[in-house]
Design a protein around this ligand. Sequence first.
Ligand SMILES: [Zn+2]
Length: 276
Amino acid sequence: MVTRKISLKERLFQKQKENSALLATNFYNFETLRGIMEAASALHQPVILQLTQSSINYMGLPVAVSMAGAALQAYQVEGWLHLDHAESYELIEQCLEAGFDSVMIDASEKPFGENIALTRKVVTLAKQYNANVEAELGYIAKLGQSSDTVGFTDPEEARYFIEETGIDALAVAIGSAHGFYKKEPKLDIERLKAIRALTDTPLVLHGGSGIPAESLQAAIANGICKINLATEIKNIFIRTLQTCIASRDEIDLRKLFPPAIAAVKNLVVEKLNLIS
Ligand SMILES: [Zn+2]
């Protein structure tokens, strides 16, 4: 990205040292991107912009990449473009070619050996682009999956996995889940401490939506330096838009969207203040 000053890897290390974290926000369209940019710009904070395969399918790869780059430049925000939860090597290749700064290979549901092999292959590829690689170990419940069957990240396995693959960041399963929580999540901070004791690699918390502030801060104090936020952005955007549409007889989308953009901005400001 044009306004980037240092690599994401360096910035993550720096954040980890300072006991703070980078916010990684998914965006879905121009409006959610604008809300995120207004927040980051107002607070002069860096931000990681994330796209999933679904969002890329929705916007189209070239448009999505151009939007992210243009937004970071226009708002003078330090930022990086990251591919979230890619399961295919081919998608990762396309995204690196399109200019992504960072990719996540999610082979966490594959057997351990396959996860290592595929992740290692992605690390080799990403090196050619100077890109950052995040992988996941353990089981962070996906949307619609039961979080009762969560398999938390084993510290010793994490150390081995990092050494074998050469990844730049590891998403750990310590009690968070994707989507909203049915009951208040409790993060396994002792497990996180044990992982952190065995590795300096930046650690990532997925499922950041709805985790209480104190838990997030405890996680950051123990090595988490990237926090992913997606569900809350979709939720506040659509709920606000629904209310707007229901309460007014208005067809001008340029009047209907701004309150929803402002709601995303407020949410991101709140999260940035909490973690950085
Ligand atoms: Zn995730």
